[in-house]
Design a protein. Structure first.
Length: 139
């Protein structure tokens, strides 16, 4: 069975682009070996990530992610069974938003707004639907 997990977290203070590149390199290598797909979004020292794959693989990976010292305040937004992968061609897609592009692309000004929404699971899934239809397919 396929599952998706979406979570939010805050990067440690002063995360630089090289930290993100290191995260992406490790994630892409691991995910390829374990048939996991997903997308990592970054804005204002905040992460929003979706992981897709086998339930046991996703849970094992998420346990490691939660223990990673490069971020904190990890919040699970959604974990559910899915029929198809939204990011099947991406071991780990990535997009970094500026203050201007997050509002125009996603209609929010901060990932934390998702957590504040009444139905944060649906709100977070809607964000990744927008990403898969716009940014990833055009780039």
């Amino acid at each position: 069975m396929l599952y998706e997990l979406i979570y939010y977290s805050k990067a440690v203070l002063n995360s630089e682009d090289y930290d993100i590149e290191s995260i992406l390199e490790t994630a892409r290598e691991f995910n390829t070996k374990h048939h996991i797909t997903g997308c990592l979004l970054f804005h204002n020292n905040q992460f929003l990530q979706i992981l897709e794959g086998d339930f046991n693989q996703i849970n094992a990976l998420y346990k490691n992610i939660r223990a990673d010292q490069r971020h904190h305040s990890v919040i699970t937004l959604c974990m559910r069974e899915i029929d198809t992968l939204s990011f099947r061609n991406w071991s780990m897609a990535y997009h970094k938003f500026t203050n201007d592009t997050i509002k125009s692309t996603l209609g929010i000004d901060d990932f934390h707004k998702i957590i504040e929404s009444e139905n944060f699971g649906k709100a977070s899934k809607d964000i990744f639907k927008k990403i898969s239809k716009t940014i990833l397919e055009s780039g």
